[in-house]
Design a protein around this ligand. Sequence first.
Ligand code: T4K
Length: 371
Amino acid sequence: MFKEPIYITRPLLPNLNDILSSLTDVWNNQWLTNNGPQHSKLEDQLKQYLNVENLSLFNNGTSALLLGIKALNLTGEVITTPFTFPATVQALDWNNLTPVFCDIDPTTLTLDAAKIESLITEKTSAILGVHTFGNPCDVKRIQTIANKYNLKVIYDGAHTFGTNIEQHPIGNFGDMTMFSFHATKLFNTVEGGALTYKDESLVEKLNLLKNFGIANPEEVILSGLNAKLNEIQSIIGLEVLKLVELERQKRHEIKKVYEQYLADIPGIRVLTKNEGDQSSYQYFVIQIDKEIYGKTRDWLHEKLKEFNVFTRKYFFPLCSEFKWYENLKSARKENLPQAHKVVTEVLAMPYYGELQMESVIKICKVIRESR
Ligand code: T4K
C-alpha cells in the first residue's frame, strides 16, 4: 500500500520562481491575451520544436480540432475511430459532421487503414485519425486512400508531442494535426492546444476563427469562437518547454523498468512503438488478456486501487457507444469487433518523470503477484 495516492500522471511544473520572473514582463507590459508577445514567442518556439512550418495556438486541444475542421470546410461524413477521447468526435458533432466509425488495428490501436475504403461514400469528406497513446496511424496508407478519393486527412495528435515517424515530425502528416497541451500532457500550458497544417493560407483563417471572426474593429467576417491562448499560459508553456527533454529522458528510463518487470507476466502486453519511430512518452499502456493473465482488466484496475494506485481505463466507453450515435450503422457493435475487445483490455499505468523507480517495481509486483 502506497502512503500517497499514485495517479496516472502529474503535471510537468516549472520552478515557481522562474514563472514569477517571466510574469513580471507580462505585468509590466499589461498585455494579457489576444495575440501578445509571449504567445508569438511560444508559437515560434513550438514550430522549431515540432519541426513544422505552420502552427497556431488555441486555448485547448478540443477547440483547436473543432476550429481546424471548420477551417477545412468539411461536409457530410468523416471516417474516424471509436477508440478515442470524446473530444475527437465531439469536434465533428459541433461542425454538424457525421462520424463514420471504422474499427481499429489490434496492434497499434489506431484506425485500421485496411477497413477505411469500404466506408467511403459520396458524402465522405475526410478521414480523422487518432495517434492513440502516441502510436502513429498508418499515415502512408491513409494518405494513399485520401489521394485516391480526394479526401482531407486530419490527425488528432493530442498524445504525440515530439513523436517522429521514421525521423519525420508527426505534425507534417495529413492536412492538419492537433496537439493538446492539457495539464496531463507531456508538454502543457495548463489548458491549451495547437494545430499544425500544410496550407499556409489557413493561418489567417484560424486567427479569425479563434477570435470571433473579427477582421478589424469594424468588420466581423465569419462566425468564430473565443479560443485564444493567453499570455500567462504562454509563459508557462515557454518554461515547461525547457523541461520537456529531461522529462522525456526520465520517462524513457521508467518505461524500461516497467518493460523489464512486466515482460514475463503471462497475458500482459505492453504497447510499444514501431522500430525507427520516436515516442512521445505520453502514456504507458498495457493490454490484459484475461484468459492468460487469469483476471480481467477491470479486476486489476480495482485491485491496484487497494494499493492506492489509480490507473485509467482510457478510452472507456467507446465513442460509438454514445447515446446520440445509437442510430448510426457504423456504430453497431458487430461492425467494430476489435474496438469492443480492446476497450475492455487496455489500462493506462502511472507514468511521469517524478514517479520513483521503486514505485514502478512495486506496481509491477502487484500485477504479478495479486492474480
Ligand atoms: N483527443 C484526445 C485523443 C485526447 O486524449 C484529448 C484529451 C483531446 C483530444 C482533447 O484535448 P484537450 O481539449 O483536453 O486539450 C484527461 C485530460 O483532461 C484530457 O486532456 C486528456 N485527453 C485525457 C486523456 O485525460 P481526464 O478526465 O482523464 O482527466 P483527470 O482530471 O481525471 O486527470 C487524470 C489524472 O491526472 C488525475 O487522476 C490526476 C492527474 N492530474 C490531473 C490534473 C487535471 C494532476 O495530477 N493534476 C491536474 O491538474 O481527462
